[in-house]
Design a protein around this ligand. Structure first.
Ligand code: F6P
Length: 222
């Protein structure tokens, strides 16, 4: 039994004004979410350990007790963008193995980086409509611009790693990457991925089981 925890970063200052992409820091509310998230996950880590020990004690009724099983590693992965790195800032490195991974970055919007959807619609109406009509295949114009399919390909090695690992993990990432990770574990069709509802300040816990993945969701109330 293991747990894969997923969330988006806390609210950024760009989220507040509706700008996409970029590398903005957290807003005040986003920083509060980061602090609560680390406390919540720390409690969940302790609960998991308790359950592990209870299970083990259930098996070792003999007069010569066996040594306790080692506590499972708990990893924290973020992207390399400020908003996810700052969300992880309160995680204690003595309790969690923290790593920042470029593959977890948000979809790169090329020419449209740091614009609002309204600005894109006004400056590049054809691009705006092309995306609206086919969000999955649409690739943002300009150097490095990505599509959902591009992001699916870049995230794939991490999905393989998540499947393989036995550690517990918290992944702090972005809207598009979170949709892709959830869709993979919950068997959502590719066509539906770009419109999945994945609000900020929500925590998802996935527990892979032999016949599918169990999902639990928590919403953080500010
Ligand atoms: O607005 C936050 C954000 O993560 C942007 O950086 C990103 O471009 C967007 O969401 C992705 O969502 P959608 O694919 O629905 O436009």
């Amino acid at each position: 039994e293991r747990q894969i925890w997923l969330t988006r970063h806390g609210e950024s200052t760009d989220n507040v004004i509706g700008r996409i992409g970029g590398d903005a820091p957290l807003s005040k509310s986003g920083r509060k979410y980061g602090a609560c998230l680390s406390r919540f996950i720390y409690t969940q880590k302790k609960l998991f350990r308790q359950k592990q020990l209870e299970k083990y004690r259930g098996f070792s009724g003999s007069s010569t007790p066996l040594p306790e099983p080692p506590e499972r590693n708990f990893l924290v992965w973020t992207s390399i963008l400020k908003r996810t790195v700052e969300t992880a800032e309160n995680f204690d490195p003595k309790e969690f193995d923290i790593m920042h991974i470029r593959f977890l970055n948000e979809i790169y919007a090329g020419l449209c980086e740091e614009m609002t959807y309204q600005e894109i619609e006004k400056s590049y109406p054809e691009e705006y409509n092309a995306r609206k009509n086919n969000k999955l295949y649409y690739r943002y114009p300009g150097m490095g611009g990505e599509s959902y399919l591009d992001v699916i390909h870049r995230v794939n090695p991490l999905i393989i790693e998540l499947e393989r690992m036995t550690d517990n993990i918290m992944v702090i990432t972005h809207r598009v990457v979170l949709r892709i990770l959830l869709a993979y574990f919950l068997d959502v069709e590719k066509e539906k991925v770009p419109n999945m509802d994945v609000p900020l300040h929500t925590i998802y816990c996935l527990q892979p089981k032999p016949y599918g993945t169990e999902l639990t969701k928590w919403k953080y109330d500010d």
